[in-house]
Design a protein around this ligand. Sequence first.
Ligand code: NDP
Length: 247
Amino acid sequence: MSQDTIDPQTPSHTARSVLVTGGSKGIGRAIAADLAAAGHKVAATYRSGDVPDGVLGVQCDITDPEQVEAAFKAVEEAHGPVEILVANAGITKDGLLMRMSDADFEQVIDTNLTGTFRVVRRAVRPMMKARHGRIVLISSVVALLGSAGQVNYASSKAALVGMSRSVARELGGRGITCNVVAPGFIETDMTAVLSDDLIESYKKSIPVGRLGSTDDIAAAVRYLTSDAAGYVTGAVVPIDGGLGMGH
Ligand code: NDP
C-alpha cells in the first residue's frame, strides 16, 4: 500500500486532509480520533484543552473570522487544502423563551450557525478547485423535534439543514457533498449536566433504550466523508436510537 492509500476495508480509500471543529472533547474529539485511525491527515480546532494523539491541534474560536482564517492557513500548510470538513463545534445556553436574553440567543446563533457558515465558506473554494469535497454539519435531533428551553439552540440546529441542502444544491456538480448528522442524546459534557431523572425519562422515549456514544456518531461521519458516499448529499442522518423518528 502506498502512503496515500489507507486500509481498503474502510469506506474511504484515499488519505485526505480533514478539519474537525471542536475536536477538544465529546463528539468532535471522537470524530477526529476515528478519522485519524482511518488513515486521514486530521486537524482539529480547540479553544481550551487538547486534541487526540495523532491529530494536529489548531487553536480557533469559530466566532472570530480572523481565527478561522488562521486555522485554515495552518491546516493548509501542514496537510494541504481541507478536503473533508466536519463542522461540529457548538454550544447551548438553555432557558425558557420568556426569560431568554438577546445575548443568549445571539451567542448560540453566532457559534452554531454563523460559525458553521464561516468555516463552510472558507472550506469550499479549494474543494471546488479540487472538484472533490465532503462536508458534514453536526446538527441535533431537536432541530426537527423542537425542545422546550432550547429555542436558541433548536433554531440554530434547524438552520443547518437549510444550509446543508443549499450547499448541496450549489456545489453538487463540483463533486462536493454536504450532509447533516443529527445526533440524539449522546453521553458527553453537554449532556452530563442533565439530571438522572431527566436521563431516565429520555431513555424511555428512545426506542433503542440507551443514550448514544460518541462512537455512534463517528461511525456515521466516517461513512459520509468517505469516497464511497459520493452519491449522498443533502441528507439529514439521524443517529438518535430512533428518538426522532417520524420526521
Ligand atoms: P461538548 O460541549 O462536549 O464539546 C463542544 C466542542 O465545541 C468543544 O470542543 C468546544 O471547544 C467546541 N466549541 C464550542 N464553542 C466553540 C467556538 N466558539 N469555537 C470553537 N470551538 C467551539 O459538546 P458535544 O461533543 O456534546 O457536542 C458536539 C456537537 O454535537 C455540538 O454541535 C452539539 O450541539 C452537537 N450535539 C450534541 C448532542 C449531545 O447529546 N451531546 C446531541 C445533539 C447534537 P472547547 O471546549 O475547546 O471550548
